[in-house]
Write a protein that binds this ligand. Structure first.
Ligand code: CUK
Ligand code: CUA
Length: 633
């Protein structure tokens, strides 16, 4: 046990019905807990905790000493934002309980949150390309001064080349940009310390622009990174490079952005793509790129300035190249910058080593390969690396089904391919992709919890048919003497990749909406009406327990109907919705929220409109009639 458990204090705003949080004891290994027990008269939850400790059938994978229970009514210490892969969403978990708290739809419609049903969100999805799905991988939370600031989370769409922003006041997606010149945006991360840009790493090499030219000349295909302004979500510039790109991470001092890449061979088949023993870690010198953009040294492609960062580019010829190509082994996958900003660590994937790049040296050496200062041999299939803030790195070994803990400075001291820096390995179940430690992406990781996001669960859970859940395993890393301890298995729906774990007190979501935050017109009590004009009908009504502002609404066949509906409740957690099933509509209305939906009343008849959230004892009665009169009447 290295530090006292902290109890993030919660802001008790007016609408916050929650009680003061009690300190949680879940970070205390059991023996310390017992030692401390005599002095713990105030620990009201002690009995509950020990009760759970003796109950080993609640998903505990092994007899761990660590208590990760969060008793009913108590809160977790952390938010974890897990990507949902090709389900196109973000999931919010509490850590250490691993309870799923919320799902945030991003790239696909979701009726329970009305997402993609009202005009604003469906137009946003349409403007972002109109695709019906996306593939979220890397949720990154905005930072100020290298610490989480609670403003936004960002996540990429690996399928359709997009980046989305999630507003953490309301835990909902509020912007999506369809990134020009990218087919598949894989890596996503922020340039720190202050989230100046969100970077999207284009995965597939394509002709530039991809307009029918160079179809059969793969050598001329290129991929780009895109620098996105987090406020406007505009792509400010891109840099095109040689080879495919994969993951990325930003340095913590505003200068460097790193992206791994496979296929330095510029090939089009799998066997050719992995024929070389090394591929590139690309280090983008951001101020040098900004200067090139400033000086007009770019070509406008797809509406954005694109700077040439290929190896033969003039911009890479001088003494301050805009992109440094570092040869690392082999088809590297993950890259992450250490909390102290000293090193960027790239995982070998097809090689048992990780490459440790000294960031300060990178700016000074002539040959960027001279900045590789460590190459520990870790095991088979190293993919991603996280940090505890105590000098250790934790790397997933996909093929070995393990997480390896290693000492970063020892790896710099040791000879290349030495196993000496390895501190410890723990089996995970099975085939881990990413892993994430609490606040690992900041300058000051908390060093207590780590989640291994395992691709396979095989027999860890009840059999649910041929498609098994994945397995997100919670591991306690807070005790260097005791070592890593597997605490919990959590089945998860396909398919999480990366995650971010943020201390609970750094995010302050609202309890109810603030009407000043959106453009829709607030419809209060007494303001319900139907305005018909030129084949258009504008229906305005409020909703509250247990009625809509209008008990019936009459329009004409063929009318284009816009409904503006406000939930005028001030009470947190009382949701209504407006469901009009025959018109494929369900808009969710949280307290003080207004949404609009537009549709054509194309068939005469009577359509019940009702509330789909169980809002009160009279919820089922909460309804209104939409009457569509035949056109010839
Ligand atoms: S990737 Cu999926 S396990 Cu998109 Cu960061 Cu490595
Ligand atoms: Cu309102 Cu149910």
């Amino acid at each position: 046990m290295t530090d006292e458990p902290t109890s993030p204090t919660q802001d008790s705003s007016e609408t916050d019905a929650g009680t003061e949080r009690e300190p949680l004891f879940d970070r205390i290994p059991r023996r310390d807990f017992m030692k401390a027990g005599a002095a713990a008269g105030a620990m009201g939850s002690l009995a509950g905790c020990t009760g759970l400790l003796s109950d080993q059938d609640d998903g505990l994978a092994s007899a761990s000493d660590v208590d990760a229970s969060v008793p009913p009514g108590e809160h977790d210490d952390y938010y974890a934002f897990l990507s949902g892969g090709h389900s196109g969403e973000i999931r919010v978990y509490g850590v250490p309980s691993m309870r799923q708290l919320m799902r945030i739809p991003v790239f696909g419609r979701e009726s329970a949150r009305g997402y993609g049903f009202d005009d604003r969100t469906s137009e946003m999805l349409e403007d972002a390309g109109g695709y019906s799905w996306g593939d979220t991988h890397h949720p990154r939370v905005s930072q100020t001064d290298n610490d989480y600031d609670g403003r936004w989370a960002f996540v990429n769409d690996k399928a359709n080349g997009r980046m989305a922003r999630i507003n953490l006041k309301y835990f909902e997606t509020d912007a999506i940009v369809d990134i020009p010149n990218q087919q598949g945006t894989h890596g996503a991360c922020c340039l720190l310390p202050d989230t100046k840009y969100v970077f999207g790493v284009g995965e597939f090499r394509v002709p530039m622009p991809n307009d029918g030219r160079d179809l059969t000349d793969p050598d001329s295909y290129t991929s780009t990174i895109a620098a996105i302004d987090p406020e406007t979500m505009n792509v400010e510039w891109e840099v095109l490079v040689d080879g495919n790109m994969d993951n990325g991470d930003g340095g913590k001092e505003g200068r460097w952005f790193f992206a791994t890449g496979y296929n330095s061979e510029n090939a089009t088949t799998e066997s050719e793509m992995s024929s070389s023993d090394t591929d590139w870690l690309k280090a983008f010198d951001v101020p040098a790129i900004e200067e090139a953009v400033e000086n007009g040294q770019y070509e406008e492609i797809g509406g954005v300035p694109v700077v040439d960062g290929t190896r033969d580019s003039d911009l890479n010829g001088g003494d301050r190249p805009i992109v440094r190509y570092i040869d690392v082994a082999k088809s590297p996958h993950g890259v992450s910058v250490t909390p102290d900003n000293k090193y960027a660590i790239a995982s070998g994937k097809l090689d048992p080593t990780c490459s440790v790049i000294d960031i300060e040296q990178l700016a000074e050496v002539d040959d960027p390969n001279d900045a590789i200062v460590g190459r520990p041999s870790l095991g088979m299939g190293p993919l991603h690396t996280a940090y505890d803030g105590r000098g250790h790195a934790y790397t997933t070994l996909f093929i070995d089904s393990q997480v390896v803990k290693w000492d970063i400075e020892a790896a710099v001291e040791a000879e290349a391919q030495s196993e000496d820096p390895v501190v410890e390995k723990i089996d995970v179940h099975y085939n881990p992709g990413h892993l994430i430690a609490s606040e690992s992406y900041t300058a000051d990781p908390q060093g207590d919890w780590l989640i291994s996001l395992n691709k396979l669960s095989k027999d860890r859970f009840l059999n649910v048919g041929p498609q098994k859940p994945e397995n997100d395993q919670l591991i306690y890393i807070g005790d260097d003497e005791e070592g890593m301890q597997l605490v919990k298995d959590t089945p998860s729906y396909a398919e999480p990749h990366d995650a971010s774990i943020v201390s609970a007190d750094k995010i302050q979501p609202a309890d109810i909406y603030d009407p000043a935050d959106y453009e829709e017109e607030y419809v209060d009590h007494g303001e319900s009406e139907v305005v018909r004009e030129d084949g258009r009908a504008h229906v305005k009504m409020y909703s509250t327990r247990n009625e809509f502002g209008l008990h019936e609404v009459t329009v004409q066949e063929g009318d284009e109907v816009t409904m503006t509906v406000t939930n005028i409740e001030q009470t947190p957690d009382i949701l209504h919705s407006l469901a009009i099933p025959e018109h494929d509509i369900n808009i969710k209305l949280a307290p003080q929220e207004t949404r609009e939906v537009t549709f054509t009343a194309d068939e005469p008849g009577v359509y019940w409109m009702y509330c789909a959230f169980f809002c009160s004892a009279l919820h089922l009665e909460m309804r209104s009639r939409l009457i569509v009169e035949p056109a010839d009447e």
